[in-house]
Design a protein around this ligand. Structure first.
Ligand code: 3EB
Length: 342
């Protein structure tokens, strides 16, 4: 039997007394962290420039593979490669706008062009998951909300690399107060299966009222790596069809969001029946627009998912100004030995 080099996820708070042990350094693909690391780390780090809610001070989330990783730089990208996975982080300051676009649009386009060029060069054509953090996402500049500017740039890069939008990665796009445009991504040699939500218009088919170019992400992606099935649930919000529902009601928005996630999970269960995915078995990241809503959102989620919910709560702006909460999740399930291909 070949060694199990598939993707693993570790959440370590070095300050917590009984946290998980640190994974072996050679296998660390990359991490996200609330603060920029004190010293330069060999693997890529996406800094989460947002307040953690609920009293915890630090968070380190590691993507890990038991295979030894090779690290490298490609233009503005810091990346790691293991035998079947590639993780990278690209951070770009906004330069100047031009005749062809605003500064943010051009930065988004540049970041995604670099990303796709790297995937081509390294032979990892399939994007599984992208985490987009956009400074001042809801601000209107040059007559267009910055999230919509970002979407134009991202869409241009997808088009330039002939990436079909209906096989987009799972993703999220959240707003931070300041800092660079920051994009982390996980890609692989194998294509994931894209899952759309029948309760929602696919984001790549949103009507023009949400901006001149549609977002390019799928509602969830189901991938496999070694003996594991890996489910990525994109940032999910209180949207039905293409419209925001429950304006101003954070509890109802949280419940609608979970109704959307439940539908995605049901489809994942049909595609990977042996994975045993359940709401309580996923790891969640919860973005809350107003920090004061944290106890309310947390209580609503604990009621829906159970008190043992594994969730990290952060304060961030959501990409539509009427959305108060966004929830994303992932689950890694080991396939039963009898069902494994090897
Ligand atoms: C939505 O459903 C909410 O632009 O990459 C969720 C996940 C959202 C990803 C993205 C945006 C993105 O439209 C916003």
């Amino acid at each position: 039997m070949s060694p199990d080099t598939s993707l693993q996820f570790f959440q370590c708070d070095p300050a917590a007394a009984n946290g998980q042990p640190l994974p072996a350094a050679a296998g660390i693909l990359g991490m996200s962290s609330l603060h920029s690391p004190a010293q330069e780390l060999p693997w890529p780090v996406q800094q989460l420039r947002m307040p953690l809610l609920g009293g915890a001070k630090q968070l380190h989330e590691y993507w890990h593979s038991a295979a030894t990783c090779r690290r490298g730089r490609f233009h503005d990208i810091h990346f790691s490669v293991s035998d079947e996975l590639l993780y990278g982080v690209v951070e770009l300051a906004e330069g100047h706008g031009s005749d062809t676009g605003t500064a943010l649009q051009l930065a988004a386009e540049r970041a995604y062009r670099q990303l796709f060029a790297l995937l081509q060069a390294e032979g990892f054509p399939h994007l599984w998951r992208v985490w987009n953090y956009v400074p001042r996402i809801n601000e209107v500049e040059h007559g267009l909300e910055r999230y919509r500017q970002f979407n134009i740039g991202r869409h241009e890069a997808f088009a330039d690399f002939a990436r079909p939008v209906d096989s987009s990665p799972a993703a999220c796009a959240l707003g931070v107060v300041d800092g660079p445009l920051s994009i982390a991504f996980l890609a692989a040699r194998q294509a994931p299966r894209c899952i759309e939500n029948p309760r929602q218009t696919s984001a790549f088919a949103y009507p023009r009222q949400y901006g001149p170019r549609s977002p390019t992400f799928t509602r969830a992606a189901l991938a496999s790596s070694g003996r594991h099935d890996i489910l990525f649930i994109s940032g999910t919000a209180s949207i039905v069809g293409h419209g925001t529902v429950h304006l101003g009601d954070v509890v109802a928005q949280t419940r609608e969001t979970m109704a959307n996630i439940r539908v995605l999970l049901e489809q994942a269960q049909q595609l990977a029946p042996t994975a045993g995915y359940s709401l309580a078995g996923l790891d969640y990241r919860v973005y809350i627009r107003h920090a004061a809503d944290y106890p309310t959102v947390r209580a609503a989620l604990e009621q829906l998912i159970g008190p043992g919910i594994r969730a990290v709560y952060v304060q961030a702006d959501v990409c539509r100004s009427d959305l108060l909460v966004e929830v994303e999740a992932h689950g890694i399930a080991r396939r039963a030995a009898s069902a494994a291909a090897d």
